[in-house]
Every structure is written in structure tokens, then in C-alpha cells.
Design a protein. Structure first.
Length: 102
């Protein structure tokens, strides 16, 4: 995965779900700050998916994204990368945001 591929996936999700924001989680999220990790022979070149969570979340939108952009679909076969749709319950598993101590 590289930054251009990630941007393509996010644009594709936004085209399908125009009223949604897209939250990027997982290793592909590093590309926003460290695009060089997706360059040749760098760690993220072996990643072929992006973990994305549409917000607001609903199952119909998630199913539509999965069927259109998910693993083993036509998009994946053509481009070589795909979306893993995350449910918004994923946020319950993340550590709470810590406030800075002043």
C-alpha cells in the first residue's frame, strides 16, 4: 500500500457513501504522516488493504462498500488492494484519548 493507493480507496468510499466521513485505522493510517513507508522495499509495500470505518456508520453502507471495494471483488482484482470495512464498535476497543498534563 502506498499513499496514492490509500487516497484512491478513500475517494472510492466517498463516491459510494457521499454523506460519510472516512476514518482510516490500522497500518495504512501511517501513510498520512509517513508516506515513505509505502515506497519500494518499505514496510507498507506488503500491505494490500486499508482498514476504513465510514461515519456515521450503518450496516447497509458497510455492506455496499464491502461488496464494491472488498477483498476478492472486481476492484481488488483490478487494482491489487482493497478495503476492510470496520464497524464503529472498533472504537470501544481503542484506548481512551489522554489529555495532556499541564
Amino acid at each position: 500500500m502506498n499513499l496514492v493507493s490509500l487516497q484512491h480507496l478513500v475517494r472510492s468510499v466517498r463516491t459510494l457513501a457521499e454523506d460519510c466521513q472516512v476514518i482510516v485505522l490500522g497500518s495504512a493510517s501511517l501513510l498520512a504522516s509517513f508516506p515513505e513507508l509505502g515506497e519500494d522495499a518499505e514496510p507498507l509495500t506488503a500491505t494490500y488493504d486499508a482498514d476504513l470505518c465510514p461515519q456515521p456508520f450503518d450496516e447497509t453502507t458497510a455492506l455496499m462498500i464491502h461488496e464494491s471495494l472488498g477483498e476478492s471483488g472486481a476492484f481488488h482484482l483490478r487494482h491489487g488492494y482493497h478495503v476492510d470495512v470496520l464497524r464503529d464498535s472498533i472504537f470501544e476497543t481503542l484506548p481512551p484519548k489522554k489529555m495532556p498534563v499541564t
